[in-house]
Each structure stands twice: as structure tokens, then as C-alpha cells.
Design a protein around this ligand. Sequence first.
Ligand SMILES: [Zn+2]
Length: 384
Amino acid sequence: MSADEGKANMALWAGGGCALAIFLAPLALILCALVAAGAVFGSIFGGGILGSVLGGIFGGLFGGSGGGGGGVNKSANFSLNGGGAPLNTTEVPTQHVPWVLKAGSTCALVGPAVIAAQIEQESGWNPKAVSPVGAQGISQFMPGTWQTWGRDDDGNGRASPFDPGDAIMAQARYDCALADQVGGYLASGKATGRPLDLTLAAYNAGPGAILEAGGMPSYPETTGYVARIHSLIAKYEAVDQGHGEVPKGKKMAIPLPGHPQVTSPFGNRVHPVTGKLKLHTGTDFGAVEGSSVLAAREGTVVSAGWNDAYGNRVVIDHGTIDGRHIETTYNHMSALKVRQGERVSAGTVVGAVGTTGLSTGPHLHFEVRADGQYVDPAPWLGVE
Ligand SMILES: [Zn+2]
């Protein structure tokens, strides 16, 4: 899954951020400078009036920020659900997954799948990419724009567009500031169009171009940039696990997106932390920290909270199945995304993979309880 050099170079030529603006005209160069200034303005004032107007617009469009419940419309309405869909972590180079997830939670409109699609378009995931006009790194920042948005997010003592963590977080800050600005244009009638489309267009051509055109600018480079990102978003969205249904012929859905590996099955083993021989009460799945944890089947959340051994834990009651009272548990999570009493479907995001409690590294410890006894989850999930 490393960067395809050819694709990366094409992406560079296709233009990223202000790189394109420089191709266009001297006027665009000025726009390019204004982007930075305008975006600073946006970030200073964006939390106020613009922020609340945007909140209203996006709240209406997305119906809240919850992830899993709704079906993912994979192509037609990507502009509207760009914010909410969980990340298909199997498509993202592993070392970048935590940054894409973190960056994708910066604002509602620009979710992790959008961040990932934009990176593929900008650099083909090449952290060392340099475009002919000097755009740098995985997110293709021009030096001037980097001055405004770059920070030492990865904590290595320098803020560099060639550090993927720094670059991806700066990309999200810039995207989200542009989303605020574009939201202001939409709210005041200065522009019409879809918020995500216009935000991406602003990243490519500068927000001044949106204002001037009263919406999507007609530059082929910009419309092409937006269209290519759209075509990539679906690939980076986690496949909805059956729209609230368990896969045919199975009793439960795998509680993670993609095809996670079983790293430790149910059964007696020497506990990796305590060193004692003990029943391993669930199935461990290897997964990257921050990946979405999904409900295995519809049910009601009976608890969502802290447990010293299990860390952040969710327990879901599925009622009676095959004559037994069935519950599932999701453990060691870094975040909880549901509350006690909530109804969930198969595929609802209940939390994020972590390593809280007695755990040696990020993974999902998934359990099935039948009439209060821990049983092997494998036959319930249909895995070996
Ligand atoms: Zn385990």
C-alpha cells in the first residue's frame, strides 16, 4: 500500500492547494496569499457566528454526528455524508491511520474518509512529495500556507510539512477553516452549492475563487480536483456492516470494519499481563488504535463505561437468541461512542479501538455471554 510514484506525480501535476493557484494567474497568486489571511480570520471568528450558522446547516444535513446507524450511500450522496462515515482503515497506510482518524475528527464536514481521499489526490500518500511549483509533503502545502497552518503535532520538536502527522493535522485545520468560510458564504447567500464540494474547491483554488464565482469555480483544474476526490471517498469509507443486518448465514457481524485478524482466540492461555493461566474470555482482533468498533448485532447498550481490567467497555444485550440470553462486550477501547440505554444495530459504532485496562497494545477484546457465561465468540461470528 505504499505510494504509487506515477500516480503521486500525476496528482502533483493535477494540483494541490495553492500549487494550482500559482499555475492559474497572478490574480490567483494574490488569492493564494489571501487564503492564508482569510483562513486565519475564519479560525479566529469561525467559532462565533459563522460557527453557529454552520452548525445549523450541517446539523440539518447530517442529523447529528453519530457514525454507524445510517446506511452509507456510497456514491450518490457522498457530499452530504462526507463527515460521518467511519474510516475504512484497510485502505490507509497503517502508520497514517491514527493521524487520519484524529484529523478527521477536527470538524463535522471533513471526516476521515475525506481527509484520506484528499491525501491520495494530493500526494498519493508520499510524505516526501514535492511538486514542480514547490508544494511539499503528503498534504502538498505551499511554504506560505504551511507558515499559517503547520504545527508540531507529532511532538518531534519541529513543525514540518514532510512529517505526515504535522501535515495531516494541518490539512484538517485548513480544510475546516475553509469549511467555516464557505459555510459563511452559503449562509449569507454569497455562494450556492454543496458545502463539501465548495470546501474542497476552496482548498484547491482559494476561497476567493468561490466568492467570485458565487459557488463552484469553473476552472477545469478545480472541478477535476473535486471530482477526483469524490471518486476516492467511497474507497475510504468503511463498508456499512449490512445496514443494520447481520451477514446472511451468520448470527453476528464482525465487530470491526474490513477483515481483522484474530490475534488470540477464546480459551485457556497464560495471561499476557498477569502471567497466570486463565480462561481468555473472548476473541482478540488486531486493529489500529482509533479504528471504529462496531456492534455485532442489534440490541440495547446495558453499560458503557470504565472497568479496571477491561478499560473502556460497552456491553450490549441482544435479548434471547436460540433460547439463551445473549450479550456481547467490547473492551480496552480508547473512546466510547454510545451510552447506556441506547438502541444499536449491527454496524453501529460503539467506540474506538484502544489499549485501556489490562492490555498490552491496541486490539479489540470481544466477548459473547450466553446466560451470563462467557462462550467462544467464533461460532457466533462465523470465524475460525
Ligand atoms: Zn482478549
